[in-house]
Every structure is written in structure tokens, then in C-alpha cells.
Design a protein. Structure first.
Length: 152
């Protein structure tokens, strides 16, 4: 009977210690997540298309621009974004796609920070697309992708 009591006490102590460790990790992760922001320029390759996505503004909201280079030419999109933790909301305010189904609609996405220079976006028309931070010389001027300091 003593062995069962000792075993139960050890298991209880381990569960309590794990609970405190998990709680501490969750608080630490929440603080880290609050410091994250998608502001900057990101690039991805999806099928045969290259996507350049730029978030401008403050750490939690602003304007975004996107250029998708396809075989048929560039497709541009521009709108408003806001984020909170893993939640990203986009509203398309202008697009090259006539009658875009999400035009003017506040659309919710899941935003994951998978590395310091990598994000992943899940949601309508973005099924887990992974973006890498682009070099600082790439900026979008609503469709014109050009280098800040072109080589001489």
C-alpha cells in the first residue's frame, strides 16, 4: 500500500510541475507573439507563380500590396490588413481581377510565424502558403517591383 501512495504522490507532483511549466511556456509564447508583426516584404512561389506580399503601416494594421507574377502577367491586389496574434484580417480594396469574390469583404486568415524570416498564411485562396522575408531592396509600388538601389 505504501508503494501505491508513493507512486500516486510522485505522479501528482509530476503533473503539477508539468502544469506550471506549460503555463510558464504559454505566457512566454504569448509575450513573444504580441511582439510579432507581418510588416515588411514577403515572397513565395506557388505552383508556377511568384507572389510578392508587402505589409506597410504599424505593427498591428496598415495597408498591404500583393503582386502575383503568372504566365499571363502580373496580378495586383491592394487593401487593408490588421493582425492580432495568429489572426490576420485582409480587405481587398483594389484588384486586377474583375468581380473578385472577396472585394470589400473582411476575410479572416490564420498567420503563423514559423521562423524569424518566415510566415505561413492559411485561409481562402491561401492554403498554408509559406512566405520568406524578401530582401530590403524589393518594394511594391502597386505593381511595379523595382530595386531601391539598382546596380550601376
Amino acid at each position: 500500500m505504501k508503494i501505491v501512495a508513493i507512486f500516486a504522490a510522485v505522479i501528482t507532483a509530476l503533473v503539477v510541475a508539468a502544469w506550471f511549466a506549460l503555463r510558464r511556456f504559454a505566457k512566454s509564447h504569448r509575450r513573444w507573439l504580441e511582439k510579432q508583426s507581418p510588416v515588411g516584404v514577403w515572397t513565395s512561389t506557388v505552383d508556377a507563380s511568384t507572389v510578392l506580399l508587402q505589409f506597410d503601416g504599424g505593427p498591428r494594421e496598415g495597408l498591404y500590396s500583393q503582386v502575383t507574377q503568372t504566365a499571363g502577367g502580373p496580378v495586383r491586389e491592394w487593401g487593408h490588413w490588421c493582425s492580432d496574434g495568429h489572426l490576420l484580417r485582409l480587405i481587398i480594396m483594389a484588384s486586377d481581377i474583375k468581380g473578385h469574390e472577396r472585394f470589400g469583404i473582411d476575410t479572416e486568415y490564420e498567420l503563423r510565424y514559423t521562423a524569424p524570416d518566415r510566415i505561413r498564411i492559411f485561409g481562402p485562396d491561401r492554403p498554408g502558403i509559406e512566405f520568406n522575408r524578401a530582401s530590403e531592396d524589393k518594394r511594391i509600388d502597386f505593381g511595379n517591383v523595382e530595386q531601391k538601389n539598382p546596380p550601376a
